[in-house]
Design a protein around this ligand. Sequence first.
Ligand code: ADP
Ligand code: ADP
Length: 227
Amino acid sequence: IPKLELVSLAKEYNDGAVVAVDGIDLCVAPGETIALLGPSGCGKSTTLNMIVGLEAPTSGDIHIDGQSIVNIPPGKRNVGLVFQDYAVFPSMTVRQNLAFGLVVRKAAKDDIDRAVDEVAELLGMGGRLHVRARDLGGSEMQRVAIGRTLVTKPAVLLLDEPLSNLEAAARLTMRRELRRLQSEIGLTIIYVTHDQIEALSLADRIAVMHAGKILQVEKTSVICERP
Ligand code: ADP
Ligand code: ADP
């Protein structure tokens, strides 16, 4: 399980007119979940996009196990990003959706089937592999979105407001589900949210972001008991 480090990481847009991320330092320990908590526009998504490789930093560095990854192309970084809106293909089955990331990487069919079965089992979707995504409920859809990322076996998992499109009941179920996943697969996770309860319930530490900066990092165990 790797360690992830952000070193004076910054991103400007429009020749510096917009400072989206303003030199942040953060060290995520192996197997740790850190929540990035902050209001809309504070730079959370930009931070994740730089880690996964969708955006290049203006300055600073990103290390996985001490190695800089900023020059490694997105598909080869071993970092998985789960988007806010599911990015699940509605007319494809659960199996096809889960297999997608491996099919585009041209993995062997046997390997794909094995990886998909394993992830489906892990997510409690083993009996739903032939259902079309459009016929799934909200939390099942979210499981598929997470599963699509997990099949590629990322060492670092980034979750961008993964529960924000769910109804309250489904959100509770998925919070429990995510906690189980954390303990079963032991990934290093950054979890972006603007919801304090979610951050408290899922993260080991919370990094509070505001206007492109990390204001403070606290252990959730210090703040309160897990809700
Ligand atoms: P959050 O995820 O916390 O809502 P973002 O990372 O999306 O915040 O955005 C941080 C800031 O950067 C915002 O002010 C946003 O408007 C700006 N921003 C994000 N992407 C771009 C872009 N491609 N061009 C210009 N400004 C951007
Ligand atoms: P989030 O808060 O989840 O980042 P946004 O609605 O802020 O969602 O941004 C959606 C997309 O628009 C992102 O890809 C972001 O990079 C881009 N974006 C955000 N703000 C701006 C902006 N001021 N100019 C150009 N692109 C932007």
